[in-house]
Design a protein around this ligand. Structure first.
Ligand code: PSU
Ligand code: MN
Length: 304
């Protein structure tokens, strides 16, 4: 694992560091726009007083903190990065590959490097079963890894392309605290509220940091925590458009027989193409806001 100089120094000094993932750049956003988002994410973290550490695997080496040239490589569609969950890290590193890290693999690498706060867009979850097929058993490794990795993930909940009810239940079963940031509802990525409440709510970065400090420092166990922050209100996707895209996306997945790690990128692309850019604006706005909130919480944690 290679920790960038600036990140290593900040960690040694006990200053705030925020991990950022690379799958949302390489596989969640279209080429061109992803590079600009990468830059703005790091800028949002810095503006709040923390050091950004974007994580990826390049030439078989896990990198904690990327240079501008390395960010170019992650965002280059011709570089053809593999989507790496935690189970893929061994093969990718041993075989010298380039890969983008998901929430699961980013959290695992962040924790190993000593980074405790991670800002992203949406968490993976339990996928919906198409009633026309047999049970898919598609449950994102993000949930299992979070259950055993002491990192705070700041995200906008899970997309409504997932089974939110089942995802919320798994988080409870696996003892992952879910804390609403200025909300009482578990957010559904493009939409600010879902049919599900969050068990806890905080309204300031200092409160969030207090919860995380006690959770990591005093509560037995090894689980991470989830701070859920809804998409900024002006970027929320219209509900009728959202529901149409969701239904179409599910049909597409079933017709094309899309499976496994390809499901999320294919559905995201359908949303982006079918919403005339509105879903992309929402995605970008929520990721940037989560990076900012993550940095604010990391700064409060470092202050303690
Ligand atoms: N949600 C998004 N955009 C994304 C992802 C989730 O809105 O790009 C990515 C994240 O990296 C997440 C991963 O960790 O998809 C989950 O994939 P899977 O369901 O295959 O585990
Ligand atoms: Mn999956």
């Amino acid at each position: 694992m290679i920790i960038a100089g600036e990140v290593a120094e900040a960690l040694a000094d006990g200053r705030a560091v925020v991990a950022l993932e690379s799958t949302l750049l390489a596989h969640g956003l279209p080429a061109g726009r992803n590079r600009d988002v990468a830059r703005r994410l790091e800028a949002a973290v810095r503006a709040a007083g923390a050091v950004p550490a974007t994580i990826a695997v390049l030439g078989g080496q896990a990198r904690i903190g990327l240079s501008e040239a390395e960010l170019d490589r992650v965002c280059d569609p011709d570089a053809d990065l593999v989507k790496l969950s935690r189970r893929d890290l061994g093969p990718a590193m041993a075989l010298g590959r380039d890969g983008a890290t998901t929430v699961a693999s980013t959290a695992a690498l962040a924790a190993a490097a000593g980074v405790r706060v991670f800002g992203t867009g949406g968490l993976g979850g339990v996928h919906l079963n198409d009633p026309r097929t047999v049970a898919s058993w598609d449950v994102s490794a993000d949930l299992d890894v979070l259950a055993g990795t002491p990192v705070l993930v700041v995200c906008s909940g899970v997309k409504s392309i997932l089974d939110i009810a089942a995802t919320v239940e798994v988080l409870e079963t696996r003892s992952v605290p879910v804390i609403g940031y200025r909300t009482d509802s578990f957010p559904a990525f493009y939409r600010r509220v879902s049919a599900f409440d969050v068990p806890w709510r905080v309204d300031t970065p200092a409160q969030a940091a207090a919860v995380v400090a006690v959770h990591f420092g005093q509560v037995p166990g090894n689980s991470g925590a989830l701070l859920v922050n809804p998409v900024p209100v002006e970027h929320e996707l219209d509900v009728a458009l959202h529901d149409r895209l969701l239904a179409e996306g599910m049909d597409l997945i079933s017709q094309r027989g899309v499976r496994g790690r390809d499901v999320t990128p294919v559905l995201l692309e359908h949303f982006h193409n079918g919403s005339g850019g509105a879903s992309l604006d929402a995605n970008e706005a929520l990721v940037l806001d989560n990076a900012k909130v993550a940095a604010e919480v990391a700064v409060e944690l470092a202050r303690r």
